[in-house]
Design a binder for this molecule. Structure first.
Ligand SMILES: [Zn+2]
Length: 459
């Protein structure tokens, strides 16, 4: 059988348990796995993909996304004058648009919107994506397999209903149901869809947030995640309104509330955590809880959640692109710059730290030692960057060049599960143009209804 071998100038491989730049190495692929990373030259029968100026890195493990929103909301939340920004954006624009999508779109149109979001993520450098979406959108799993993208899907579970904004600018919900039927749907989804580590699809338990789920539901969610042996992920301490609500309802800060609701632990990934105090971050670290840092989504509204603040508290902190830009290099660069600004130091939030966060830290958070590394025995999920570009030459340190000067458009090849899924800037199997056209038509349909109803801001 013909083996595939990638030959590149640089490989971000492993040395003594740490990521290290290896020069003039070959990466041997055996089926879905990396067989070896070595300087031993390939045999004449091997199929060699040669990148004279190439850099091989692990594919990124993107810890927090909402792929459907990426396409549907593109350009809408940016630069808006809303006060307070987050609650108004969420409850007066995003939630009404999301619910419109589920009412107005045909199954085919929904599939196109999901395809656009996942294609965007894959082209943005993510080879593993943990995504939260609504029950009834299981087409997510089908599209991921069609695109050859590794995913962890976590359908939303919540006890809150009829979400709206109160006169005081704070969110108001009714707690009409206990959320247990949604949890049962998630268990059924796990049974039907989860393929374990050998497949592309895994399922996680995804309670929506600390303020939209009652503590009894959160405790049940954790119990189920432990029983199934899967990850639990939720939104945590993302706004001051959420923190204030937990204090007034339970007399507790978010970390204490999360601990008492069973939400802290080594199989838990908390998205954001930006409004947690330093002491609360210590509590997260002491329980082995992981954080998904998505700085771009927040800095666009003037709020800074720098990656280094969580990493320096001792928390394993990965990177997520949330539902904003899906280029993970841009995401890492933004959170790196915020880290430098936060501490007033250039050596905080380095390119190598951020690459580690976007790859190995993400894999650790998902309990996947076989991901996020270019090493014998790991899954063959990797990127080849073409460094022979005016903005990337000459090369002193290839990781610094890519992180501070590059972008996802510099990726020449993307491999997931041993299969080449993107090459020379195009997906190898799906019709990208057809997906873009259909998704744009679907978005236009929703935007037209939303404009009529006054949901969208003026253009
Ligand atoms: Zn989110």
């Amino acid at each position: 059988m013909t083996r595939s071998v990638i030959s590149a100038k640089y490989v971000l491989g492993m040395h003594d348990g740490h990521q290290a730049i290896l020069r003039d190495h070959y990466v041997y692929i055996d089926g879905t796995h990396i067989e070896a990373v070595t300087q031993d030259a390939p045999a004449s029968s091997d199929r060699v993909l040669c990148y004279e100026h190439g850099l091989v890195t692990p594919g990124f493990v993107n810890l927090h996304t909402h792929c459907i929103r990426g396409g549907l909301f593109r350009g809408i939340p940016d630069d808006l004058a809303l006060e307070p920004f987050v609650p108004k954006l969420v409850y007066q624009v995003l939630l009404p648009l999301t619910s419109l999508a589920s009412k107005v779109l045909s199954a085919e149109e929904l599939r196109a919107v999901v395809s656009l979001g996942l294609l965007d993520l894959l082209r943005g450098g993510s080879t593993t994506v943990m995504d939260q979406f609504h029950h009834g959108q299981d087409v997510f799993f089908d599209v991921a397999k069609e695109l050859g993208l590794r995913v962890v899907g976590a359908p939303f579970i919540m006890s809150a209903s009829n979400a709206r904004l109160g006169d005081d600018g704070y969110p108001v919900w009714d707690f009409e149901h206990d959320g247990l039927s949604e949890l049962q749907r998630s268990i059924d989804t796990f049974t039907a869809r989860d393929e374990g580590r050998d497949g592309l699809v895994q399922v996680a338990i995804g309670p929506h947030a600390t303020d939209t789920c009652l503590p009894e539901l959160l405790r049940e969610c954790r119990k189920v995640a432990d029983d199934l042996g899967c990850v639990l992920t939720t939104h945590f301490a993302q706004t001051e309104q959420e923190v204030a609500l937990l204090r007034s309802r339970y007399g507790k800060g978010p970390a204490e509330y999360a601990r008492d609701s069973g939400l802290l632990g080594p199989n838990v990934v908390l998205a954001h955590a930006g409004c947690a105090t330093d002491d609360e971050l210590k509590l997260l670290a002491s329980t082995g809880t992981h954080v998904a840092n998505c700085a771009f989504s927040f800095v666009r509204e003037g709020v800074s959640f720098p990656w280094s603040r969580f990493a320096r508290a001792g928390i394993n902190t990965g990177i997520g692109t949330d539902s904003h830009g899906m280029d993970i290099v841009a995401e890492m660069r933004i959170t790196g710059l915020l880290s430098k600004q936060h501490y007033g130091k250039a050596h905080v939030g380095t390119a190598h730290e951020l690459f580690h966060a976007g790859t190995l830290a993400g894999a650790v958070a998902l309990g996947r030692p076989d991901l996020g590394r270019v090493q014998a025995g790991a899954k063959a999920d990797l990127l080849v960057w073409d460094l022979f570009k005016p903005h990337l030459q000459p090369v002193w340190d290839p990781i610094k060049n890519v992180l501070w000067k590059g972008h996802a458009g510099d990726i020449a090849l993307t491999m997931v599960h041993g299969e080449v899924v993107v090459e020379d800037g195009r997906h190898t199997k799906v019709d990208e143009a057809a997906i873009m056209r259909m998704a744009a038509t679907a978005a236009a349909k929703i935007w037209a209804v939303a404009e009529e109803r006054g949901i969208l801001p003026p253009r």
